[in-house]
Design a protein around this ligand. Structure first.
Ligand code: SAM
Ligand code: SF4
Length: 350
């Protein structure tokens, strides 16, 4: 079969909602770059049919950059002694959540390193206060926790949880996350689904040792878990980590994985990540035209923002309201607009 015939066959099959085999996903991801625009257009069409033209916002607060883990890819890793650490106190977090509310963003995402300083009781109290004092929908992204913790967080009022599986390749996972088990991560994700959280998983694209088979498996994990949100972003090397200097500027590859994720999972919420905006000035807008439908403006107070140094060059500095105003103009330029409602995963648009 000619390459153009194969491209047309695969893209049409995925666009029509038929399941792709692992081999077909690999073929889709390995098509030459000249077919990327057809793939993105198909994903954009499915995005419009399934979740509409609206872009949903999630306001993120990165409340602690302490981490007990040592992930080789992340600037927050425990061994990065150059990082100036911070923890936001409860009232500061609540005051920042009020800022999210003031900006009409309906959801707050509380994210941190794995920091047991915020024990079950503290996190639950925080959730309860945010519920009563702001009425925001609460998403947590605190890393791995016990079943009982997840249950307590849910009972306290948290609705969503983000926990990327990072990579479907167990060997790469175990190498990149010393002391962690891939199975434990997956177990956490299954618990979260079971407890009724809107659950987000996802991966990094461009990790060392990753192949197209790995990426195909990542997409199959997202589908099999029936994840509701998918965080797909480029790996960006941090100079203070063992992966310093590994170059990754393959924006097209990240966009293809996002497009494939939209075609395979249909009605999920897919953010155009800050990491994409960091990789390329147009990265976020391109992702929104290749299947993505969510943006997560950063509300972390300026005094802390630069210290949440996962990877270098993070975009979106300045006040959250300024960022949202700028986003609004950017979205208009591609015929899209912000929807200030909760943006739960939809079974069918309209
Ligand atoms: N500690 C929690 C966890 O690991 O799930 C949440 C915070 S962690 C900083 C959030 C996400 O940052 C991770 O899921 C990972 O995908 C991403 N991340 C970390 N280092 C990165 C890097 N160098 N490039 C791109 N993304 C990175
Ligand atoms: Fe900690 Fe999460 Fe960074 Fe790993 S990715 S070092 S768990 S903050």
């Amino acid at each position: 079969m000619s390459l153009s015939r194969l491209a047309e066959k695969l893209i049409t099959k995925a666009h029509d909602g038929n399941d792709l085999s692992r081999k077909e996903i690999v073929e889709l991801l390995s098509l030459p770059a000249k077919y990327s625009s057809d793939l993105f257009a198909a994903a954009d069409k499915v995005r419009k049919e399934q979740v509409g033209d609206e872009i949903f916002l999630r306001g993120i607060i990165e409340f602690s950059n302490y981490c007990e883990r040592n992930c080789l890819y992340c600037g927050l890793r425990k061994s990065n002694s150059k990082l100036s650490r911070y923890r936001m106190v409860e009232d500061e977090i609540i005051a920042t959540a009020q800022e999210v509310k003031k900006s009409r963003v309906p959801t707050v995402v509380l994210q941190s390193g794995e920091d047991s300083f915020y024990d079950t009781e503290t996190v639950c109290r925080l959730i309860e206060r945010i519920c009563t004092e702001t009425d925001l929908i609460i998403t947590l992204s605190l890393g791995e926790r016990s079943y009982d913790d997840f249950k307590a967080f849910q009972q306290a009022g948290a609705n969503r949880y983000l926990l990327k599986h990072e990579t479907a390749d167990k060997d790469i996972y175990h190498y990149l996350r010393p002391g962690c088990k891939w199975e434990d991560r997956l177990q956490c994700l299954r618990w979260l689904k079971e407890l009724g959280f809107e659950t987000g998983t996802g991966n990094m694209v461009g990790l060392p040792g990753q192949t197209l088979e790995t990426l195909a498996n990542d997409l199959l994990v997202m589908k099999l878990l029936n994840a509701d949100m998918l965080g797909i972003g480029p790996f960006i090397a941090h100079p203070g980590t063992p992966l310093a200097g590994i170059d990754n500027d393959d924006l097209d590859q990240v966009l293809r994985v996002i497009a494939a994720a939209r075609l395979i999972t249909r009605n999920t919420n897919i953010p155009a990540t800050t990491a994409l905006a960091t990789l390329h000035p147009q990265g976020r807008l391109q992702a929104l035209q290749a299947g993505a439908n969510v943006v997560m403006p950063d509300f972390t107070p300026d005094i802390y923002k630069n210290r949440y140094d996962i990877y270098p060059g993070r975009k979106d500095v300045g006040s959250a309201q300024d960022i949202i105003n700028k986003l609004e103009i950017d979205f208009q330029s591609i015929g899209r607009f912000i929807n200030y409602s909760a943006g739960y995963r939809q079974t069918k648009y309209h």
